[in-house]
Write a protein that binds this ligand. Structure first.
Ligand SMILES: *[C@@H]1O[C@H](CO)[C@@H](O)[C@H](O)[C@H]1NC(C)=O
Ligand SMILES: *[C@@H]1O[C@H](CO)[C@@H](O)[C@H](O)[C@H]1NC(C)=O
Ligand SMILES: *[C@@H]1O[C@H](CO)[C@@H](O)[C@H](O)[C@H]1NC(C)=O
Ligand SMILES: *[C@@H]1O[C@H](CO)[C@@H](O)[C@H](O)[C@H]1NC(C)=O
Length: 436
């Protein structure tokens, strides 16, 4: 026994005294994961290694999801799986007060005296209950330019879900990666594990064949040929919606989603008249603007949709762009014959989401506003959410692509870049070749 202990002690010392190793193995400054766009569902998916032995677990990225949940019923084998005992510190971190039993043989997802949460498939809006558990996860560190050494979190908290909750998600995924604003969301847990700032950044690729990226931790966030997107961000406050937007949740829980304050919308720099009541979050949690990675296109409440599309159609007509019939799910489409293409996509009217003042706006150019549904037809990639929307504006995946968005949870602010296309790079240009 003694020689073994001595050996472990000696190797630990050696590890710590080697600065480069210590930096990579113990204190990464940031972590990085690839994000693929699924061609058939338009969901964004990532892969995280989990369990003992480690296996890659593919997950749909859910920006506003409260935690990571995975299917524990099928193919969950791990010697380090630990259910969380009722009333433990982990249960309180997860906001899970209840205590559950499971009336069958013990296995991951089915243990007695455990606390539970309600994993949510935010694509289908189906929720169920699931055991809170811990297991090892392993991720790649980064210096912001390349992936570096692999680091692991031995007791990462997540929720187990039954296989049926995967329905509606991309083929081959085993759950969802919740990046939401909770203490057990991936950003907070990873920041706590490695003592870095509670910041993360998402850069979605528009291509289904080239990966985008998520960084956990602060910048630099460098894209080939050496463009640090963290250096040119515009900031706007993040708002908390006091009422959860999840499909099932404990009473009184605020939303884990990321809301920003859009005060007006401009088309070709002209303000569109909107019912501004819809732009703020009321005390029932209705209204406002959020950012979503599970909605492929921006969804607008019906009256906002009507006002914005009418302005867009008028501005397009003034540019001699010919309107054609809608192509579901889009109502507003144009013949591509009169539309020039530019580095920033189709030359169409710009759409500005004006934020805390007139000088702070998120400008959407053709690459993010238009969707090519055929060689002849381009559609405005916004959809009509009807008049009964919970959230008036949901900024979706297509509008986020090739834009770096950074979420700073401690400062409660969002940083967003202008489209990276304007700087001759894309979100698919992170150099994934490891320099470890
Ligand atoms: C939980 O406890 C009940 C009652 O003691 C028992 O029948 C059941 O098998 C146990 N389940 C697990 C998963 O241990
Ligand atoms: C604006 O929206 C609010 C909230 O839906 C609604 O109560 C109000 O009637 C609307 N105002 C107008 C002028 O349509
Ligand atoms: C649109 O077309 C009309 C008639 O063909 C032409 O007079 C006008 O200059 C065009 N406008 C633009 C912005 O191209
Ligand atoms: C990507 O990173 C690797 C490792 O640092 C480096 O060797 C390679 O040159 C980089 N690729 C480009 C295109 O710069």
């Amino acid at each position: 026994m003694a020689p073994l202990q001595y050996f472990l002690f000696a190797s630990l010392l050696l590890y710590i005294s080697s600065p480069s190793l210590a930096q990579q193995s113990f204190r990464p400054k940031a972590l990085v994961v690839p994000v693929a766009k699924d061609a058939s569902t338009l969901q964004y998916r990532t892969s995280i290694r989990q369990r003992t032995p480690l296996v890659p677990v593919d997950l749909v990225v859910d920006l506003g999801g409260r935690f990571m949940w995975v299917d524990c019923d099928r193919d969950y084998f791990s010697s380090t799986y630990r259910p969380t005992r009722c009333r433990s510190a982990q249960c309180s971190l997860a906001g899970a007060d209840g205590c559950g039993d499971c009336f069958s043989a013990p296995r991951p997802g089915c243990n007695n005296n455990t606390c539970g949460v309600t994993p949510d498939n935010s694509v289908t809006h189906v929720a169920t209950s699931g055991e809170v558990a811990q297991d090892v996860v392993s991720l790649q560190s980064t210096d912001g330019r390349n992936p570096g050494g692999v680091v692991s979190v031995p007791r990462f908290l997540f929720a187990c879900a039954p296989t049926f909750l995967l329905r509606g998600l991309a083929t081959g995924v085993a759950g969802m990666a919740g990046l939401g604003r909770t203490r057990i969301g991936l950003p907070s847990q990873l920041a706590a594990a490695f003592s870095f700032r509670r910041k993360f950044a998402v850069c979605l690729s528009s291509s289904t064949s080239a990966n985008g990226v998520i960084f956990f931790g602060d910048g630099p966030y460098v894209f080939l040929p050496g463009i640090d997107a963290s250096q040119s961000l515009t900031f706007t406050p993040l708002f908390i919606n006091p009422v959860s937007t999840a499909s099932a949740f404990p009473m009184g829980e605020p939303s884990a989603e990321y809301f920003i304050g859009v005060n007006s919308i401009k088309v070709n720099e002209k303000t569109v008249l909107l019912n501004t009541t819809l732009l703020s979050i009321n005390n029932q949690g209705v209204g406002g603007t959020k950012i979503s990675t599970v909605d492929p296109y921006t969804v607008l409440e019906a009256s906002i949709f009507k006002a914005v599309t009418e302005a867009f159609i008028n501005e397009a007509a003034a540019m001699n762009i010919t309107r054609v019939g809608g192509v579901a799910p889009f109502e507003v489409c144009f013949s591509s014959s009169n539309i020039l293409s530019t580095r920033l996509g189709a030359a169409v009217p710009s759409i500005d989401l004006v934020l805390q003042n007139q000088n702070v706006f998120w400008r959407i150019f053709g690459a993010n506003s238009m969707v090519e549904v055929s060689r002849e037809v381009l559609c405005l990639g916004f959809v009509n959410g009807g008049s009964d929307t919970r959230t008036s504006i949901v900024i979706g995946g297509h509008q986020l692509e090739n834009t770096l968005v950074q979420f700073d949870l401690a400062a409660s602010r969002l940083g967003f870049s202008a489209t990276l296309l304007g700087r001759q790079t894309t979100c698919a240009n992170f150099n994934f070749t490891s320099n470890a």
